[in-house]
Design a protein around this ligand. Structure first.
Ligand SMILES: Nc1ncnc2c1ncn2[C@@H]1O[C@H](COP(=O)(O)OP(=O)(O)OP(=O)(O)O)[C@@H](O)[C@H]1O
Length: 312
């Protein structure tokens, strides 16, 4: 397989005075699941819409296979918009077939693909129903089927998991994994960071229109501030105060989670914990993606002015 990539290269976009994207840069490689995360208003949807070509960038370029994307490339993208884009009064089956044909499939191929995806996503019983009669979660399954029905070479999905029940989350996760395993680059945005941590090969954290951390999930976590979990049921609030390089991230039900700066002495923590009574747990762990995200976002609060700060 060639190393095909979707590249977002130094893309900038303003809406009037609002800087939505500045020098947004990352790539999504063939066969990988890329999680695109960031606070509300950070610029994820804007980036995805520019990649799809429904919005023009002020500067920068989006490439596929090392060439700027063309109308033809864009026909090969499967896109799931955040605002969802189905025709409410059209029947599910007709809609999927129509979208497949619009992307160049023959009528019979469109029909069989529509049935196959409806089956795979658990909505085959609803092919004859109008979209508006489906629950929101089922509409979302249909929306994913709509992104997949024309057998795309690239998948760009804007918050595909929002509002899904746990079973639907599993189905969606399996389908995305399968598509990535077929060699398709899959990028999706999400605020469900535990899910992103579990599912993705790489992740990009966006803040105020810029990529502020990007890489393999395990690598980012390994580079974050280490945590120490201390189970000391008799330890009072503030027991770890004053130990150099140590700060309390959480103290609840006899368990304290501490953040250790580089060079902090974990043995000093252990001694302090033992001084309070029994210690049942003492373990280092990597920060979760959620914790990393909070750190990255809070690091910059106050570091910017005006609109940017408001959107951190
Ligand atoms: N059509 C528009 N006109 C003016 N400003 C816009 C428009 N669309 C987006 N913006 C602004 O651009 C910035 C980026 O918005 P965008 O929708 O890309 O963020 P997002 O990361 O997708 O957010 P969310 O997680 O809330 O969906 C925000 O400040 C937003 O208010």
């Amino acid at each position: 397989m060639t190393e095909r990539r979707l590249e977002i290269d130094a893309v900038s976009k303003r809406y009037g005075d609002v800087v939505a994207l500045s020098d947004m840069t990352f790539d999504v490689r063939a066969g990988e699941l890329f999680g695109f995360v960031g606070s509300n208003g950070a610029g994820k949807t804007t980036t995805m819409r520019i990649a799809l070509g429904v919005l023009a960038a002020d500067s920068g370029v989006v490439r596929w296979d090392s060439r700027p994307v063309t109308v033809d490339t864009r026909r090969r993208i499967g896109y799931m918009p955040e605002e969802r884009g189905l025709y409410p009064r059209m029947k599910v089956g007709e809609q999927l077939e129509y979208l497949a044909e619009l992307h160049g499939m023959s009528r019979s191929a469109a029909r069989s693909s529509a049935r196959r995806w409806a089956e795979r996503l658990g909505v085959s019983g609803r092919l004859g129903d109008e979209v508006q009669k489906l629950s929101l979660g089922n509409q979302q399954r249909v929306q994913l089927a709509a992104a997949l029905v024309h057998d795309p070479s690239i998948l760009i999905l804007d918050e595909p998991f929002s509002g899904l029940d746990p079973v639907a989350v599993d189905v969606m996760s399996d389908v995305l994994r399968e598509k990535a395993a077929e060699g398709i680059p899959v990028v999706f945005s999400s605020h469900q960071l535990d899910l992103v941590q579990r599912l993705c090969d790489r992740v990009g954290i966006v803040r105020s229109g810029r990529m502020v951390a990007c890489g393999p999930v395990a690598e980012l976590r390994a580079g974050g501030t280490a945590r120490l979990v201390v189970g000391a049921p008799d330890a009072p609030n503030g027991w770890a105060a004053g130990i150099p390089g140590v700060s309390v991230a959480e103290h609840r039900d006899g368990t304290t989670v501490l953040e250790l700066a580089a060079g902090a002495d974990d043995q000093a923590v252990l001694r302090a914990a033992l001084a309070t009574g029994p210690v049942h747990e003492f373990a280092r762990r990597l920060p979760s993606l959620t914790e990393l995200f909070r750190n990255v976002v809070s690091e910059h609060v106050g570091g910017h002015t005006g609109t940017e700060e408001a959107r951190v």
